[in-house]
Write a protein that binds this ligand. Structure first.
Ligand code: GDP
Ligand code: IMO
Ligand code: MG
Length: 420
C-alpha cells in the first residue's frame, strides 16, 4: 500500500501545484483530500498558465486517474468554470476524473454567509477568499450538508430549498441581503455537469487501487499554518490541512502512507489577515513580492512576504511527519546580496523555537541567521551548477529540520527543477 502525501508547510501558495504536476507521472492516482475552490494551484502547461482550484493537478498526464475525495467541498459553479477552461485545452474530465459521492457541496448562500461573517468581524476579519468554504464545512459538521451523491436524488431541489431557507434565516440575523437568484441558476447548470462525471465511492475506489499495488499521490491544499486545529487560529481555513487529513479526506488508513512530502518556499508568504512573524513591511518585502510575482492565484490580492520561518516549518514538519522537503522559488532570492532565515523568536524576553498559543506578531521578535545571496547572473540550471551559496542555504535547512531536501524549484516552468 503506498500513498505519498504532498502538502504545503507554510501559509499556502508554496508551489504545490507545479510540484504535483511534475511528480504525477510516477503515480496511478492523484487525489485532492480537503479544501475547495479557495485553493489556486498554478501550473505551466506548454507556455500556458493554468490555475486549478478543485481539480487535482495530475490531469495533464496520461497515467494517473484523478480523484476528488470526500474531504473536499465542491462548488458546482466554480467547478464548471474550471472544467470549461480545461476542456478548451483538450482535457476530457469524463475520462480523467472521479468524484467522491461523499464530497460536500457549496451552495450560493454559503458564499453569502461567508461574506456576512467577514463583514461582521470588522477589523478582525480573516481575509477569506469568500468562496463559501467555512459555511460549507459548518453545514458538514452540523449535519445539514448536501453531498455529491445527493445530486442523483429526485428530492435534490427540496433539500436545496430547505438548506437555503436555513441560510436565509441566518442571514437575516446578520441583516445581510444578497440576491442569489442568478447564481442559483448557474448552480443547477453546474449540477447537471457534475452528474455527467464519474461519481464513485472514493474510499472503495482508492482502497481497491491500493490493494492492486497502485501508487497514490494525495495533493494537499492551503498550508499547515492554515490548519483549523494547528494553524494561526482564528486566521485559518476551515479544514484540517495536515497529513492526517489525507486519511479522513480519502478514506485510507494511516498505515497506507509512505512518504510525506513537505513543500516550502525559500522565503514565506501569506495572503489575508493574521499573524506572520517574519513579515517584511519594507523595501525587501516589496522586492520579494515583485521578484516572486506574489499575487493571489484566486483573488489577485498582493501576498504578504517575509523571510523563511524555521520555527513554523519545524512545527509543521512535526505535525505532518515530513520525510522529504521540496524548496520552491529559490530563483526569487537571486536578486538579494543577503538572505535571512528566522531561527527562533524572542517573546517577552524569552528565546523560543516553538509556536506559542497566541502567536500575535506584536509580541514576537524573530531572530535571524544571515546568508550570502546567490545573486548570480545565470540562473542555476543543474545540480552540478548549483551555486555554492544556494548549496549552503539548502544544507542549513536540512541540518535544522533533519529532513532531506529532494527537489529545488528554480522557476515556474515544468522543467525548472533540480533533483538532489
Ligand atoms: P500553490 O497554491 O501551492 O500551488 O501555489 P500557487 O500556484 O498559488 O503559487 C505559486 C506561484 O509561484 C505560481 O504562480 C507558480 O507558477 C509560481 N512558481 C512555482 N514554483 C516556482 C519557482 O520555483 N520559481 C518561481 N519564480 N515561481 C514559481
Ligand atoms: P492554496 O491551496 C493561500 C487563506 C485565505 C484566508 C484564510 C481563510 O492555493 O495554497 P478561506 O477562503 O478558506 O475561508 O480563507 O485562508 N487561504 C489561502 N491562502 N493559499 C491557499 O490555498 C488558501 N486557501 C485559503 O487567504 O486568509
Ligand atoms: Mg495557491
Amino acid at each position: 500500500m503506498a500513498v505519498d502525501v504532498l502538502l504545503g508547510l507554510q501559509w499556502g501558495d508554496e508551489g504545490k501545484g507545479k510540484i504535483v504536476d511534475y511528480l504525477a507521472r510516477n503515480y496511478d492516482v492523484v487525489a485532492r483530500f480537503q479544501g475547495g475552490p479557495n485553493a489556486g494551484h498554478t501550473l505551466n502547461i506548454d507556455g500556458k498558465r493554468v490555475v486549478l482550484r478543485t481539480i487535482p493537478s495530475g490531469v495533464f498526464h496520461d497515467r494517473p486517474c484523478n480523484l476528488i475525495g470526500n474531504g473536499v467541498v465542491i462548488d458546482p459553479i466554480e467547478f464548471m468554470k474550471e472544467a470549461a477552461e480545461l476542456e478548451m485545452i483538450g482535457i476530457d474530465l469524463r475520462k480523467k476524473l472521479k468524484l467522491s459521492e461523499k464530497a460536500h457541496l457549496i451552495v450560493p448562500t454559503h458564499r453569502s454567509l461567508d461574506a456576512a461573517s467577514e463583514a461582521a468581524k470588522g477589523e478582525g476579519k480573516i481575509g477569506s477568499t469568500l468562496k463559501g468554504i467555512g459555511p460549507a464545512y459548518m453545514d458538514k459538521t452540523g449535519r445539514n450538508g448536501l453531498r455529491v451523491g445527493d445530486l442523483l436524488s429526485p428530492d435534490l431541489k427540496i433539500t436545496f430549498d430547505k438548506l437555503k431557507k436555513k441560510h436565509l434565516d441566518l442571514l437575516s440575523l446578520f441583516n445581510y441581503h444578497h440576491d442569489t437568484t442568478a447564481l442559483e441558476e448557474k448552480w443547477f447548470e453546474g449540477v447537471d455537469y457534475l452528474r455527467s462525471l464519474d461519481i464513485v465511492s472514493g474510499e472503495y475506489f482508492i482502497n481497491a487501487e491500493l490493494s492492486k499495488g497502485k501508487l497514490v499521490l494525495a495533493e494537499g491544499a492551503q498550508g499547515s499554518m492554515l490548519d483549523i486545529d494547528f494553524g494561526t487560529y482564528p486566521f485559518v481555513t476551515s479544514s484540517n490541512t495536515i497529513s492526517a487529513a489525507a486519511c479522513t479526506g480519502l478514506g485510507i488508513p494511516p498505515t497506507a502512507i509512505r512518504h510525506v512530502i513537505g513543500v516550502i518556499k525559500a522565503y514565506c508568504t501569506r495572503v489575508g489577515g493574521g499573524p506572520f512573524p517574519t513579515e517584511l513591511i519594507d523595501d525587501i518585502g516589496d522586492q520579494l513580492r515583485k521578484a516572486g510575482h506574489e499575487f493571489g492565484a484566486v483573488t489577485g490580492r498582493p501576498r504578504r512576504c517575509g523571510w523563511l520561518d524555521l520555527p513554523a516549518v519545524n512545527y509543521t514538519i512535526m505535525l505532518n511527519g515530513v520525510t522529504r522537503l521540496i524548496i520552491t522559488k529559490a530563483d526569487v532570492l537571486n536578486v538579494f546580496d543577503e538572505v535571512k532565515i528566522c531561527t527562533g523568536y524572542v517573546i517577552r524576553e524569552n528565546q523560543v523555537k516553538t509556536i506559542p498559543f497566541d502567536i500575535s506578531t506584536a509580541d514576537i521578535t524573530p531572530t535571524y541567521d544571515s546568508f550570502q545571496g546567490w545573486n548570480t547572473e545565470n540562473p542555476i540550471q543543474t545540480k552540478g551548477n548549483l551555486s555554492f551559496t544556494l548549496q549552503a542555504f539548502v544544507k542549513y535547512i536540512e541540518k535544522e529540520t533533519k529532513v532531506p531536501v529532494a527537489l529545488i524549484s528554480i522557476g515556474p516552468q515544468r522543467n525548472q527543477l533540480i533533483e538532489l
